[in-house]
Design a binder for this molecule. Structure first.
Ligand code: GN1
Ligand code: MG
Length: 364
């Protein structure tokens, strides 16, 4: 991999580089925090070529979406736009990204100062903010034609295909790990009916919109002063599709009080209060445009998404940790166990989740 300093030199930064340090815990891309004299800070990222086969299309999607978001916020008289929407730094020759000699594609963003991201939320107020911020993102993108965006990872949310990949890896057991996860495997196979539910999430009466597709709470920036979620980050998987996967990912991450790789499995559950707060925030932004077929599938989307994520982590554990970055041994095992436990808790509480959705939308 080329030195990040070599990549940094390609971008139109505001001054000479002072330092470059690794940043964040992204599961896919490698991120560096670049500080130049000033100081001004940037995020320099190497897009994972195994995951994003067409990074130029990813960048075109990001550029289109960010300029749309900015113009909509501006038209609404909003302030602080440089902290509300991520901003791309062009290369010195005016491009959105730079392709290194090894084929890897790098891009650079302005760092959003005085904000933080959270792997787990600490309060119902934060869960409300998470729902509100993604609801606002969806609302602002309602009038962006999804056909203008490329499907950069075909079949990204597709529980049926994920189940096939899982079963394939399970049969081969390339890393000799299947015995360790016999219980988790059994649970996934027992719940294979959720793949049909997954099909309904992409059914003919569900509108294709512009969706984020990685709507976990870590992809939000909370303002240090106000505590509000002011900016949605990690737009790499922005693609045409149902917004239901995003609501599912929000339920997965905003309504679970522990990290997605929590080793103490007994701490994992769906917190109904958090789920209610998140959905209340989402409803505030979505009530004006969301369709009835979408509302009818909101709570199910949580279960389907967690099911899909359980399979993805379990598949990767069985495959020998080849897709998601791991920072310690057994991390994908813990990730998959958390999803399995969370799914069980979610399925148990599904009628109450349905009641929350019905209550919110009835009072609209
Ligand atoms: C990956 O890059 P990151 O960490 O934001 C993954 C998501 C998963 C998520 C689980 C392109 O997201 O789909 O839901 O990990 N992104 C891709 O934490 O596969
Ligand atoms: Mg991310």
């Amino acid at each position: 991999m080329p030195d990040p300093a070599v990549a940094a030199a390609r971008f139109a930064l505001d001054g000479p580089v002072e330092s470059i340090v690794p940043h964040g815990e992204g599961n896919i891309n490698a991120t560096h925090l670049v500080t130049v004299v000033g100081p001004v800070r940037y995020l320099l990222q190497r897009l994972n070529p195994e995951v994003f086969p067409d990074p130029e299309s990813v960048m075109a999607n990001v550029a289109l979406v960010t300029s749309h978001l900015r113009s909509r916020l501006e038209a609404a008289g909003q302030e602080d736009l440089d902290r509300r929407v991520v901003r791309l730094v062009p290369t010195r020759d005016g491009r959105l990204s730079w392709r290194a000699a090894d084929g890897a594609v790098w891009r650079c963003l302005w760092f959003v100062e005085r904000t933080r991201s959270e792997a787990t939320l600490g309060s119902d107020a934060q869960a409300f903010e998470a729902g509100r911020a993604f609801g606002e993102l969806h609302r602002l993108l309602v009038d962006l034609d999804p056909a203008l965006l490329s499907e950069t990872i075909p079949g990204f949310h597709h529980p049926e295909q994920r189940l096939s990949s899982f079963e394939r890896v399970l049969r081969v057991d390339p890393a000799g790990r299947a015995a360790v996860v016999a219980d988790e495997v059994a649970f996934v196979l027992e719940n294979r009916h959720l793949t049909e539910a997954g099909r309904s999430l992409a059914g003919p009466d569900v509108p294709t919109r512009v969706a984020h597709n990685d709507a976990k709470v870590d992809n939000l920036l909370f303002d240090d002063d106000s505590g509000r979620a002011i900016c949605v980050t990690d737009l790499d998987t922005i693609m045409p599709g149902p917004i239901l996967w995003d609501v599912g990912d929000l339920l997965r991450t905003a309504a679970c009080p522990v990290r997605e790789d929590e080793p103490d499995i007994d701490r994992v559950r769906m917190d109904l209060g958090r789920a209610r707060a998140m959905l209340t925030g989402y409803h505030q932004e979505a009530a004006g445009w969301i369709s009835q077929p979408e509302v009818a599938l909101l709570s199910l989307a949580g279960g389907v998404l967690v099911y899909e994520q359980a399979m993805r982590f379990l598949t990767d554990y069985l495959a020998g940790d080849v897709y998601f970055r791991t920072f310690r041994p057994g991390q994908n095992l813990d990730r998959s166990r958390v999803q399995v436990r969370l799914l069980a808790s979610m399925l148990e509480q599904m009628p109450r989740l349905d009641d929350i959705v019905a209550g919110l939308w009835r009072n609209a």
